[in-house]
Design a protein around this ligand. Structure first.
Ligand code: ADE
Ligand code: ZN
Length: 341
């Protein structure tokens, strides 16, 4: 029975809406790129680096994640990283990806914005033509940096406006509330960009409310702490605001002590539009299907939940309506064929 459910979860068409491309950089690739670019690392070997992946909270992860990204120098480096992720995603039957990238992590090191976005977009274009994966880019502002720096980044992005699906907000959540970026997000809204933000991962439920009210975001990234506020939960459910939940990330960053204590089932029971995602798969021990399989095992979820989550992933995507319907029909056909509709 578990085998059947695992097969269904692996094979079902799905969208991934919460993946930081820099978080897909595997230790082996970090070392290969360090060698290629003559970048010195503070770790003696791949194993040594992997051993450092014992995080106590979000900041302890971010420190290592930003150090890992320091090996990315050329357009080809950004291409190779993105290509490796998309190949893995394709193997997991991901049909659509909305991918975060953190330009400030690179421009602060003197890498041109063009180098970053050209490498990532070229890999996305190749994945579309080779594997039929559709995708888009969501440019994240680092919330530990200033509003002024976010505006400067937006300025640099303007020549590439057409390559951006939207903007997001990531990095250290506590102490950096959404309102810090209200004016930047208002400008992005005028530009017609989709808006998302990390909120309620480590930060309080109130950050979810202000992300909705002041930033006017269309989806909340993580949002698991929403349930601490029943009124907010009712509102998020009623308005159909999707939460891009990342179960393995939440365990690695100690948001929950263990996967069987994760609130994914409670979020679903509350009628929230939950999706399953990998966040930073190279750091958190699994890609999207690992997240699905381990969460289903830990929480005893069933094929009905699988279908709901696959449908949510497309329904929450920033796809044109006709494309969205096509993908939803594919999910329904898949479950009908498996005799699970
Ligand atoms: N950047 C990469 N992963 C992140 C996460 N889980 N939360 C906030 N910022 C991030
Ligand atoms: Zn994230």
């Amino acid at each position: 029975m578990a085998d059947t459910l695992h097969r269904v979860l692996r094979g079902m068409p799905k969208a991934e809406l919460h993946i930081h491309i820099e978080g897909s950089l595997e230790p082996e690739l970090i070392f290969a790129l360090a060698q290629r670019n003559n970048v010195r690392l503070d770790y003696a070997s791949v194993e040594d680096l992997r051993r450092a992946y014992a995080f106590t909270d979000l900041q302890s992860f971010l420190d290592i994640y930003y150090a890992g990204a320091s090996v990315l120098i050329t357009e080809q480096d950004f291409y190779d990283m993105t290509r490796a992720y998309l190949k893995r995603a394709h193997e997991d039957n991901v049909r659509h990806v909305e991918m975060f990238f953190d330009p400030q992590t690179h421009t602060a090191r003197g890498i041109a914005f063009a180098t970053v976005i050209d490498g990532i977009s070229r890999a996305l274009a190749d994945a579309r033509s080779e594997w039929g994966i559709s995708g888009g880019l969501i440019m994240c502002f680092l919330r530990h940096l200033s509003e002024e720096e976010a505006f400067a980044t937006l300025e640099q992005a303007l020549p590439y406006r057409d390559r951006l699906l939207g903007v997001g907000l990531d990095s250290s959540e506590r102490g950096h509330p959404p309102e810090k970026f209200a004016r930047v997000f208002a400008r992005c809204r005028e530009l017609g960009l989709h808006l998302v933000a990390h909120a309620g991962e480590e930060g309080p439920p109130d950050y979810i409310r202000t992300a909705l009210d002041l930033l006017k975001v269309e989806r909340i990234d993580h949002g698991v702490r929403c349930l601490e506020d029943p009124e907010l939960t009712r509102r998020v459910a009623k308005d159909g605001i999707a939460l891009t939940v990342c179960p393995l990330s939440n365990i690695k960053l100690c948001v929950f002590d263990a996967l069987h204590q994760h609130n994914m089932r409670a979020l679903l029971d509350a009628g929230l539009k939950v999706t399953v995602n990998s966040d930073d798969p190279a750091y958190f021990g699994g890609y999207i299907n690992d997240n699905f399989l381990q969460t289903f095992d830990a929480l005893g979820l069933d094929a009905g939940h699988a279908r709901q989550l696959a449908r949510n992933s497309f329904s929450a995507a920033f796809l044109p309506a006709s494309e969205k319907q096509k993908r939803l029909d594919e999910v329904d056909a898949y479950f009908a064929e498996a005799g699970l509709a």
